[in-house]
Design a protein around this ligand. Sequence first.
Ligand SMILES: Cc1ncc(COP(=O)(O)O)c(C=O)c1O
Length: 414
Amino acid sequence: MEQTIRQVLPVDPPPRLLMGPGPITVDPRVLRAMSAQLVGQYDPAMTAYMNETMALYRSVFRTVNEQTFLVDGTSRAGIEAALVSLLSPGDKVLVPVFGRFGHLLREIAERCGAEVHVREVPWGEVFTLEQLEEAVREVRPKLVALVQGDTSTTMNQPLEGVGEVCHRHGALLYVDVTASLGGNPFEMDAWGVDAVTAGLQKCLSGPSGSAPISLSPRAVAVIDARRSTEAGLRADPDSEEGLAPRAARIRSNYFDLAMVMDYWSEKRLNHHTEATTMLYCARECARLLLEEGLDAAVARHALHGRAMLAGVQGLGLRVFGDVAHKMHNVVAVWIPESVDGDAVRAAMLGDYGIEIGTSFGPLAGRTWRIGTMGYNARKDAVLVTLAALEQVLRAAGAPVAVGGGVQAAQEVYA
Ligand SMILES: Cc1ncc(COP(=O)(O)O)c(C=O)c1O
């Protein structure tokens, strides 16, 4: 056993260019921030970083919401925290599903004990505002839970007007922006979004492991009404004064956003031990995004996304879904009939060190997903990926236009 352990070498991953639907290659500046030494949980340096992180993400989400902070865990931790804190058993929730991550919202809402109402459009499409309003009018939900960019289909659900519709019918609006934030426009306050959660591993150029979240005063009011404090933190553990009735309390300790808010507020009431390294990471991701400028970052994703789209079309590949509603940062292409999709991905990785993505559910084995996001939304990354894909497809015997991919992308850049 000891012998085997001695043979375990230090971590030294092979160099890769991650051009799938995320995670993507991390910006080296983010990796540097993550290698900084820890400080204590209540060190003034730490609480200052926490406050700065809150302020940075207010700008990233375009909100003035005081309650803007991080949930420790991957993006689905943020989703689960938002839904379990907002939904009580029996609450009605409407989940418009247009891909895998809509199904995830449905599944999490069901586990919260909510009465879940689903509406679906075929993969590759998005909902119209009229469809959403009709569903809200029929269901009369407490909450509408929606994905903005669903990486499984590459579609970007338009959100303008959705918050207004929800509020007119007395519902809150939750949006998952994990895959779209930073690469596509998002306006929390202007669009009337009540709760939003994200991740770092897509357009924010970081790894997964931290979920930025923001809550409107309306959402905070719902959570506050379910507030409790752990017995061991109360001066009198036996007294439940000021706490919500037991049946109303949030059905998770880790994801109890009332307690997490107390931790991030000036009360600094102990909850979990903040994942300091991920805090450094999330802070640096937001800092870099804002240093570039949100609009500039979105424009960069739009440009390189257009180049990749033109490039795959220039190779003669067919693009999946309604391209007019595609996210800027990922494209799905039909795998040509004559080739083995997994063998092509393996050759891209083995011969060129480039990762492109496979797909889920009804698209598994039928489409590849190619990302241009975060640190890899760059001209050289786009051109190298297209050049490699051409070579691999030709070697696999697929009929591709020689030089067509790189040339079409170069025309976008010209
Ligand atoms: C839209 C969306 N939501 C949620 C997730 C889940 O994120 P995680 O794997 O970080 O939990 C993803 C991951 O790809 C995503 O694209």
